[in-house]
Design a protein around this ligand. Structure first.
Ligand code: SF4
Length: 343
């Protein structure tokens, strides 16, 4: 979407992903579409269960099958559909051109290898370096991500490092291959506030200095405000709103986006308890009729409980999935099929 003249790096087109669970089929992602351009900083925001992490795993082709299954759609990287690539080509792409860091670095770090040798392994595997050259480059990368005394610390094991330092090691590993896209899945959630700010600074500088496109997956609009130029708000596996970050903070349109933004703590104001969005995300195996946000929406109308809204494209280019904007926007695609009619 948009008027961007550059070629997109990544195009997610009409992506739908199901998970088959003991309780029933979960439609985790529904007809998701978005583009990512070189050097972009895109935030994907939503509560737990919104489909934001599943979407990013799909872009790395890391959805476990079973129980997950991509049931439709395309994910184009430089115009090539990665969903049809043979696994050996996907391995070369993953970690090399597209990398990811997670909330808990220990899930990705090997506890029995030193941090330096893990970064070096990436360089040997993806950039074909010899061991000596890879170790020297690993030290340089550790320096680049702000690990003091990198020469010494590269010989330490993950358990000898703090949470913030481990996350820096993960970022160094992700950068080892100079990826074009870095997915960051809640990378600072487990860290204290000061370290959080340092890691966000680091991610911002990677984007500015290396031109790496960043996709920040988060439940926290505060993190988005620090890093992102564009935001997708997701709920129940769908985009509810897409807009430039500067616009969405000033003038959120979707009732869900408004609720999320109102619940951000304001440093400058004395406030009582922060407003919360009442209710919880619906049980994904028990679909809601009509708009999936209707049980929680303060603006719900009788129609909302019956008809699922389609995305409205507003004159300023933003996209909003809400009946309140039917008069102002142009419908993007047909209204969604009510969930009980699916399969
Ligand atoms: Fe609320 Fe209706 Fe808009 Fe859904 S479609 S967000 S229920 S006003």
């Amino acid at each position: 979407m948009g008027v961007n003249q550059r070629e997109p790096l990544l195009q997610v087109q009409d992506l739908s992903i199901d998970f088959h669970t003991a309780e029933g089929v979960v439609h985790a992602v529904n007809n998701l579409s978005f583009d990512l351009y070189p050097g972009d900083t895109l935030g994907i925001v939503g509560e737990s269960g919104s489909g934001k992490s599943v979407s990013s795993l799909a872009c790395m082709r890391l959805i476990p099958n079973p129980p997950g299954k991509i049931i439709s759609g395309k994910i184009l990287f430089h115009g090539q559909d990665i969903l049809t690539l043979p696994e050996n080509q996907m391995i070369r792409l993953r970690g090399n051109k597209i990398s990811m860091i997670f909330q808990e670095p220990m899930t990705s770090l090997n506890p029995i290898l030193t941090c330096g040798s893990q970064i070096a392994e990436s360089l040997i595997l993806h950039r074909g370096m010899k061991k000596k050259e890879a170790m020297a480059e690993a030290e340089k990368l550790m320096n680049d991500v702000g690990i003091a005394n990198a020469k010494r610390r590269m010989h330490e094991y993950p358990h000898q490092m703090s949470g913030g330092m481990k996350q820096r090691v993960m970022i160094a590993m992700a950068l080892a291959c100079e990826p074009e896209i870095l997915f960051c899945d809640e990378p600072t959630t487990a860290l204290d506030v000061t370290i959080q700010a340092q890691i966000l600074d680091l991610i911002r500088s990677l984007n500015k200095e290396r031109g790496t496109a960043i996709v920040m997956i988060t439940h926290d609009f505060g993190v988005v405000s620090e890093i992102c130029e564009r935001v997708l708000v997701m709920y129940t596996g769908r985009i509810f709103e897409e807009a430039p970050a500067s616009v969405i903070f000033r003038d959120p349109k979707h009732p869900y986006t408004k609720g999320l933004i109102e619940s951000i703590p304001q440093m400058s104001e004395e406030r009582g308890a922060l407003p919360m969005i009442e209710g919880t995300v619906p049980n994904p195996t028990e679909p809601v009729n009509g708009c999936s946000f209707s049980p929680r929406c303060v603006s719900a109308m009788p129609r909302c409980g019956k008809e699922d809204p389609c995305v409205m494209k507003l004159p300023d280019g933003r996209r909003v999935r809400c009946w309140l904007y039917e008069q102002q926007g142009e419908r993007e695609g047909a209204a969604a099929v009510p969930k009980e009619e699916k399969s």
